[in-house]
Design a protein around this ligand. Structure first.
Ligand code: THU
Length: 133
C-alpha cells in the first residue's frame, strides 16, 4: 500500500522507536509516532512492569509525550512492532486517542499488510463524557 510521504515518515519513526521499548515480559516491542497539529512528531514505546497490569502501551505513551509538549490536536498516528509483526491499536488506546482527535488517521500492520483507517472507523461511538454532573 502506498501511504504517501508523510505517513511513511511516521511509520519509520514508529519503527525506530520500537527498538527502545521496555518489554522484558512479553518480548513484544512496540513503537508509536503521532503527528500533532503543529506538525511535530512525538514518539512513544510500550513500557512494561514486573506488576504486569501497570504496562503502558506505546500509543498512550506517545500521546502523553505529545500532550506534555503542548499538543492538543493530532492528524495522524503510526504504530509499529519490532520485527515487522502485526500491531493494531488496542481498544483502550483507541478510546484514549478519541479524547483528542476522532478523525485521526491511523497506520498499522495487521494480517501482514498495512492499514490506513480513521479513528472513527476503529472506534465508532467513542465515549465522550457522561453529561453534566
Ligand atoms: N501493546 C502496545 O504497546 N500497544 C497496543 O496497542 C497493544 C499492545 C503492548 C503492551 C504490551 O507491552 C505488549 O504490547 C504485549 O501486549
Amino acid at each position: 500500500m502506498d501511504l504517501g510521504k508523510e505517513a511513511e515518515e511516521l511509520v519509520r519513526r514508529a519503527e525506530a522507536a520500537a527498538g527502545k521499548a521496555w518489554a522484558p515480559y512479553s518480548g513484544f516491542r512496540v513503537g508509536a509516532a503521532i503527528r500533532g497539529a503543529s506538525g511535530a512528531i512525538h514518539v512513544g514505546v510500550n513500557v512494561e512492569n514486573a506488576s504486569y497490569g501497570l504496562t503502558m502501551c506505546a500509543e498512550r505513551v506517545a500521546l502523553g509525550c505529545a500532550v506534555s509538549a503542548g499538543e492538543r490536536e493530532f492528524t495522524a498516528l503510526a504504530i509499529a512492532a519490532a520485527g515487522g509483526h502485526d500491531a493494531a491499536p488496542c481498544g483502550a488506546c483507541r478510546q484514549a486517542l478519541a479524547e483528542f482527535s476522532p478523525r485521526l488517521a491511523v497506520y498499522y500492520r495487521d494480517g501482514g499488510r498495512m492499514h490506513a483507517r480513521s479513528l472513527e472507523e476503529l472506534l465508532p461511538d467513542a465515549f465522550h463524557g457522561g453529561g453534566t454532573p
